[in-house]
Design a protein around this ligand. Sequence first.
Ligand code: B16
Ligand code: MG
Length: 214
Amino acid sequence: MKTTKACLFDLDGVIVDTAVYHFQAWRRLANELGFDFTEHQNEQLKGISRMESLELILKWGNVSLSEEEKIDWATRKNAWYLDLVMQMTPNEVLKGVPEFLKSLRENGIKIALGSASKNSRLILEKINMIDYFDAIIDGNNITKGKPDPQVFLLGAEATNCKPEECVVFEDALAGVQAGKAGGMKVVGVGDASVLTEADFVISSFEEMTIDRLF
Ligand code: B16
Ligand code: MG
């Protein structure tokens, strides 16, 4: 019989909205390089790694840089982003998330993070959520980004669960595809017209209950 023993959570867009801070920092980078960057473009960077995001932004701005310059600008962007992250508070946790994670704990279901971010531990500390997690798999542990299932397969392994015993929560299409490619049930968080490959979609964790995991 199939059962759910672990839940694997994406970070940005699922636990907390860091996209607004990424946007400010990427926009500053674009502006300093002499072009602008829109919120619509920022949407396309959700779930995408830092260096892949930079490549896309430079393409949009028609700017070409050496590898060394790219690393330099990515480092600068991350410092601007971290200045904003340092001001984050627990009030920013998305609605219904603490209640749902608490009920997972009470029901003995393991909790892991599966994020592309290299800053995930700091963010979870700032929003006071780190203690809920049994395992953290993030941009520091992976070699392949979503839609590759690596991040979630490592999450399953870290919680000693088989993929079919895991449920993934994702707000980005590439993340939904990663969970499905890993053989997991996937709950989309956000827009059902975008997250069409998810098993089902919630618009907020206020709609989520333990019985929907099985
Ligand atoms: P960092 P997720 C992703 O987080 C963000 O959605 C994406 O915009 C960002 O580029 C990526 O993390 C890397 O973040 O620069 O902090 O390493 O949705 O996978 O939790
Ligand atoms: Mg996300």
